[in-house]
Design a protein around this ligand. Structure first.
Ligand code: EPZ
Length: 425
């Protein structure tokens, strides 16, 4: 994906949605599993890898370090026998914050890392102080110089780390740093998102000693060496949640396959409160849309709470509900960049502090709207599916970062949506 293509989606709204959609592997799991391979020399296979812009970005970064990365029919092959550079340049990191995940493994395996600070994102500051504090506690010397984290250490030493905030990224980095440390590390208030639990399981498959995977207290007994391993990436619960919301908006019946229903509990509970009927199978969920949507408040929180990565999509749903609801985000206080664009489609929404007050309306009308970030753009697509007339969602490269062939999947459900190639620059 060399040049920047400003594709747009053109949606002719109001079509009922019916049918089956297969959910891809999880972006946020893949982006942690790929750097974990830096912890050992060998050949790894990640099955069920999604074809996404962010996976390409991580692949490009790891290749600069000497890693062989090949994606073939959703199987990612990583060859780490040639890794010989320990730097994540700004040019890569500025494209994707998750690049910071190379910090822990590089430090643990090679005793040094030079990683660009990620900087801000579309919806405000997203500091990495917890990552830095944790590696310092494990004994690393860390300098911040010219926008880079420069870290070095002999062998890291186990330590007790208590996070003030439950952070997905900081937990992942600390876990990957601690598996090769001398002695035992305890992480308290660790994140328990499914993507972190899968990372812990993957590290255990590589020979790591970790107790408490899936809980907020992780105990890691460092080992001298790890080996290569294979894994099947879990399904993407945020892509699944996005399609369930599309189903609830689509006045029909939609079935998701290849999902982990347990990971969707919070979203499914709210959809039932809004009136949807759900049938849950071992790896499927069928949603029958209600004739009318009830207004339902949500507060985005850490797992297993309602995910912040679903709050924009929920806003789109509530924009056409029968009444007023409030969407609050307790993780990111300013993740409401989609609201002015939704108002362009006729939504009646007011933002106060970290909450959106949504007065549902039965009538959205198509317009040109601008994507600002991954989940915001998903919410604009959802709103465009119910808006009367034509909606143009501009700058969909944001979507390609985290949704594999979203327009094809939605079209297969009966939507009238088309990707229109824009000018190249
Ligand atoms: C992960 O980001 C996800 N990204 C995000 O998904 C998701 O929104 C987020 O977790 C929360 O669930 C990936 O997994 C690649 P955090 P991460 O560290 O790790 C504060 C998407 O749409 N914090 O759990 O960056 C932070 O500002 C993306 O797929 C610090 O203050 O999130 C936030 O308020 C967007 N200092 C809170 O913690 C730190 O050092 C949670 O952030 C780290 C975090």
């Amino acid at each position: 994906m060399g040049s920047f293509i400003m594709d747009k989606f053109v949606i002719n709204g109001g079509k009922p949605l019916n049918g089956t959609v297969r959910i891809s592997g999880a972006k946020n799991s893949t982006l942690a599993l790929m750097p974990a391979a830096l912890l050992s020399s060998g050949v790894f296979h990640l099955r069920n890898t999604p074809v996404l812009r962010d996976v390409n970005t991580m692949a490009a970064l790891l290749r600069t370090m000497g890693m062989g990365v090949e994606l073939n029919e959703h199987v990612l092959t990583l060859n780490t026998t040639g890794v010989d550079r320990y730097e994540a340049p700004y040019e890569h990191v500025k494209k994707m914050r998750a690049s910071i995940y190379v910090l822990g493994p590089l430090l643990a395996r090679y005793g040094r890392a030079k990683v660009s600070l990620p900087g801000g994102c579309a919806w405000g500051p997203r500091p990495v102080n917890l990552h830095i504090e944790a590696i310092r506690k494990l004994g690393a010397e860390v300098d911040l110089k010219e926008g880079y984290i420069i870290a070095k250490a002999g062998r890291l030493n186990g330590a007790r780390i208590h996070f003030d905030i439950s952070s997905v990224g900081a937990t992942g980095n600390t876990l990957m740093a601690a598996v090769l440390a001398r002695g035992t590390t305890v992480i308290e208030n660790a994140a328990i998102e499914p993507e972190i639990t899968q990372l812990a399981e993957f590290l255990i498959t590589m020979g790591a000693r970790i107790n408490g995977a899936g809980t907020s207290r992780l105990e890691i007994e460092g080992v001298d060496i790890l080996h290569a391993a294979d894994i099947e990436t879990i399904p993407d619960r945020i892509e699944a949640g996005t399609f369930l919301v599309a189903g609830a908006l689509g006045r029909g019946t939609v079935t998701l396959t290849g999902v982990r229903p347990a990971h969707l509990a919070a979203v499914m509970a709210k959809l039932e409160d809004a009136g949807a009927h759900l049938t849950i199978g071992p790896d499927t969920v069928t949603l029958k849309a209600p004739p009318e949507l009830r207004p339902v408040d949500v507060t985005a929180n850490i797992y297993p709470g309602f995910p912040t990565d679903m709050q924009a999509q929920w806003t789109a749903l509530m924009a056409v509900a029968n009444g007023t609801s409030v969407v609050t985000d307790s993780i990111y206080f300013d993740r409401f960049k989609h609201i002015p664009e939704m108002i362009r489609l006729g939504a009646d929404i007011e933002v106060k502090d970290n909450a959106a007050i949504i007065r549902g309306t039965h009538h959205l009308a198509g317009a040109k709207v601008m994507s600002t970030d991954l989940r915001a753009s998903a919410s604009l697509i959802l709103a465009g599916l119910v808006a009367e007339g034509v909606t143009e969602v501009l700058r969909v490269y944001h979507l390609d970062r985290g949704y594999e062939g979203i327009e094809k999947k939605i079209r297969a459900l009966g939507a009238d949506i088309e990707r229109v190639a824009g000018e190249e620059f």
